[in-house]
Design a protein around this ligand. Structure first.
Ligand SMILES: *[C@@H]1O[C@H](CO)[C@@H](O)[C@H](O)[C@H]1NC(C)=O
Ligand SMILES: *[C@@H]1O[C@H](CO)[C@@H](O)[C@H](O)[C@H]1NC(C)=O
Ligand SMILES: *[C@@H]1O[C@H](CO)[C@@H](O)[C@H](O)[C@H]1NC(C)=O
Length: 528
C-alpha cells in the first residue's frame, strides 16, 4: 500500500465516520406554542433532516399535517386548543394591550405546557438528544428541557429577529436602520423615529427580562419541583444558544447586522407550484384576459370576522371589477349579496399554487411574512390590509419597494378600494417591480438554497456538539454596553462636567476681574 493510498483510506474512514456521526443524530424539535404560519417554517426543515436519515421527535402544538418517515410526532389535544385560539381578531389588535397581557399569557401557556402529557412523556423518557431546536417565539418555557437533556440548542424563528432575539445572539440592535417589527417605520428614519425605535427596542428587551422571563422561571421551578439539582434561570440557559435560524431574506426584509450565530433562511418553504384543484382551476381559467384576484387574511385572523360595514365595501368594490375574485371566508353560510364574479372558499389551495397561475393578477392580504415571500417569489403584486403585529412593517416595506399598496381596513371606502385594485392591475410598474425582486430572490435561492443553508447549519451544531465558537465575545456584555450606551452616557457626562467647569471658571474670573476693577476704582477715588 502506498502512502497516499493509505492516507486517502484514512481520510475516507475519518470523513465517513464524521458523516455517520451526523446522520445518526437524534433531534428534538419543540414548538408546543405555535401557529400554522410558524410551524410552516419548521415543517420543511424537519422533512429535509428526516430524509437525510436523522431521527426527529417533534412536539408540535398543532396537529401534524402528514406522517413522515423517521419523524415521531408528539401532539396533544390540550395544546391544539391553546394554539387554535389566539384571541386576535379585527377588533383586538392593540399592540400595547397585547404586550401588557404578555406576562400573564406566557405564565398560562407555560403552565399548560408543563401539565401536558407530552411534557411528562418527554421528561421521563431518559432519551438522549444530540440537539434541541426550539421555536423562538413564545416558547421560552421549553428552555429548561435544554438543561434536562444536556443537549446543545438552537432557535428557529418564523419571523425576522425581534429585539430580544438579536440580544440573545449578541448582535447589535441595528436601530439606526432596522425598524422594529411592530412599527411602521422604514429603513430611512429621522431623529424622532430613531429615538422611538431605540426606546421601543430597549423597552421590549428589558420588559421581557424583568416581567416575562421571571414568570417562566416561577412556572418551571414548579414543574421541576422534584428535581435534585437546582434549575438555572431560562435567561442563563438561553445564553447557551448555538444558532438562530430566521425567516428573513435580504431581498424582501430590512437588513440588520448579524453575529455569526444568525443564519438567514427566509423562504426555505418555497417549492415549485402544484396543480390547482379542478373546481378552483376551472373558475380561474374562466376569468379571460382580466384575470383573477385572491383575498385572504391568513390563518390567525378569520376573514369572516370582518366588520359588516367593511364587508359591504368589499362586495360593492368587487362587483365593479372585470376580474374574478376568490375570497377566503370561513363562515359556511356565505353571503346573500355576492356578485357573480366572486366566489367564497372556506378553504383555499396553498397560496403558492394560486400565485403561480398565469391569470393571477393581485393578492389582497393581511400582509403576513409568508404571503409577502410567496408573492415576491411568484412575481405577483399585492394590496395589504395589516391587522396586527409585524404585518404593517412588511406592507410598508412592500409599498416602498413599489409592488404593493397599503390600505387601512378601518377607513377604506368603496372608491379607494376599487381604484387601488385598478391601479395595481392596470399600471405595469407594480408587476415590473415585483418581477425584479423575484429574480433577485430566486437567484440567491438557486445558488445557495435557504433550506440547504438551514440543514447545513443544524448539522454543523450537531457535529460539534454546540457552537460556542460562533458566539461573539460581546455576549459577555449586556445590551447597554453592546450598544455603547454606557460610553455615550460617560461622554455626555464628561461634556456636561467640562461645560460646567468652564462656565464656573469664566464666571469666577469675571467676578475677580469685576472685584479687581471695583477695588481699583475705590483706590483711585481714595487717592484723588
Ligand atoms: C429515514 O432514514 C433512512 C436512513 O436511516 C433513509 O434511508 C430514509 O430515506 C429516511 N426516510 C425518509 C422518509 O426520509
Ligand atoms: C413529586 O414527587 C412526588 C412523590 O414522588 C409526587 O407525588 C409528585 O406528584 C411529584 N411532583 C411533581 C410536580 O412532579
Ligand atoms: C385551465 O387552462 C389550462 C391552460 O389553458 C389547461 O391546461 C387546463 O387544463 C385548464 N383547466 C381546467 C380545469 O379547465
Amino acid at each position: 500500500m502506498t502512502f497516499t493510498f493509505r492516507l486517502s483510506l484514512l481520510l475516507l474512514v475519518v470523513v465517513g465516520w464524521n458523516l455517520d456521526s451526523t446522520s445518526a443524530a437524534n433531534i428534538l424539535f419543540l414548538s408546543p406554542i405555535t401557529s400554522y404560519s410558524h410551524t410552516h417554517f419548521f415543517f420543511y426543515t424537519i422533512k429535509a433532516l428526516a430524509s437525510r436519515g436523522h431521527t426527529v421527535t417533534h412536539w408540535n402544538g398543532l396537529k401534524p399535517r402528514e406522517d413522515i418517515g423517521n419523524v415521531t410526532h408528539l401532539h396533544s389535544s390540550g395544546m391544539q386548543k391553546v394554539n387554535s385560539r389566539h384571541d386576535i381578531g379585527f377588533d383586538t389588535n392593540n399592540p400595547v394591550r397585547l404586550w401588557l397581557k404578555h406576562p400573564d399569557r406566557m405564565a398560562n401557556t407555560c403552565r399548560t405546557c408543563y401539565n401536558d402529557p407530552v411534557f411528562h412523556q418527554l421528561i421521563t423518557s431518559r432519551e438522549h438528544f444530540d440537539l434541541i431546536v426550539i421555536e423562538a417565539f413564545m416558547n421560552e418555557c421549553m428552555l429548561p428541557l435544554v438543561q434536562h437533556f444536556r443537549a446543545p440548542f438552537i432557535y428557529m424563528s418564523g419571523l425576522p429577529p425581534l429585539p430580544w432575539m438579536l440580544e440573545s445572539t449578541c448582535s447589535p440592535m441595528s436601530t439606526q436602520e432596522y425598524p422594529n417589527l411592530v412599527t411602521e417605520f422604514t429603513s430611512d428614519m429621522n431623529l424622532i423615529q430613531r429615538t422611538i425605535n431605540i426606546a421601543v427596542s430597549v423597552v421590549m428587551v428589558y420588559f421581557r427580562d424583568w416581567f416575562i422571563l421571571p414568570r417562566v422561571d416561577v412556572e418551571a421551578r414548579q414543574a421541576w419541583i422534584n428535581s435534585t439539582e437546582p434549575l438555572p434561570t431560562v435567561k442563563e440557559i438561553e445564553n447557551r444558544l448555538s444558532l438562530f435560524i430566521t425567516n428573513s431574506q435580504p431581498s424582501i426584509n430590512y437588513q440588520y447586522f448579524k453575529s455569526s450565530t444568525i443564519v438567514e433562511a427566509g423562504g426555505l418553504h418555497l417549492r415549485p407550484p402544484k396543480q390547482l384543484p379542478k373546481d378552483v382551476e376551472s373558475f380561474v381559467n374562466g376569468s379571460g384576459d382580466a384575470g383573477f384576484i385572491v383575498l385572504s387574511f391568513g390563518s390567525i385572523v378569520h376573514g369572516s370576522g370582518l366588520p359588516e360595514a367593511t364587508r359591504k365595501i368589499f362586495v360593492a368594490a368587487f362587483s365593479r371589477l372585470p376580474q374574478r375574485v376568490l375570497w377566503k371566508w370561513e363562515d359556511e353560510s356565505g353571503m346573500s349579496d355576492l356578485p357573480p364574479n366572486v366566489r367564497l372558499y372556506t378553504w383555499l389551495p396553498p397560496l403558492i399554487d394560486l400565485l403561480a397561475h398565469p391569470k393571477m393578477r393581485l393578492l389582497m392580504t393581511h400582509g403576513g411574512l409568508y404571503s409577502n415571500q410567496e408573492t415576491v417569489w411568484s412575481g405577483v403584486p399585492l394590496i395589504g390590509f395589516p391587522v396586527f403585529g409585524d404585518q404593517s412593517n412588511y406592507v410598508v416595506k412592500a409599498e416602498k419597494d413599489g409592488y404593493a399598496i397599503k390600505l387601512d381596513w378601518m377607513t377604506v371606502t368603496e372608491d379607494i378600494l376599487f381604484h387601488s385594485i385598478q391601479e395595481i392591475v392596470n399600471n405595469p410598474k407594480y408587476k415590473e417591480n415585483v418581477m425584479k425582486l423575484s429574480s433577485l430572490m430566486r437567484e440567491q435561492i438557486e445558488l445557495d438554497r435557504p433550506l440547504e443553508r438551514a440543514v447545513h447549519a443544524i448539522e454543523h451544531v450537531v457535529r460539534h456538539h454546540g457552537a460556542p465558537h460562533l458566539r461573539p465575545s460581546s455576549c459577555k456584555l449586556g445590551m447597554m454596553q453592546r450598544e455603547s450606551m454606557d460610553v455615550t452616557l460617560l461622554l455626555a457626562l464628561i461634556v456636561i462636567a467640562l461645560s460646567y467647569l468652564t462656565v464656573c471658571g469664566v464666571r469666577s474670573t469675571t467676578f475677580k476681574v469685576f472685584r479687581w476693577a471695583k477695588a481699583d476704582r475705590l483706590i483711585k477715588t481714595k487717592t484723588q
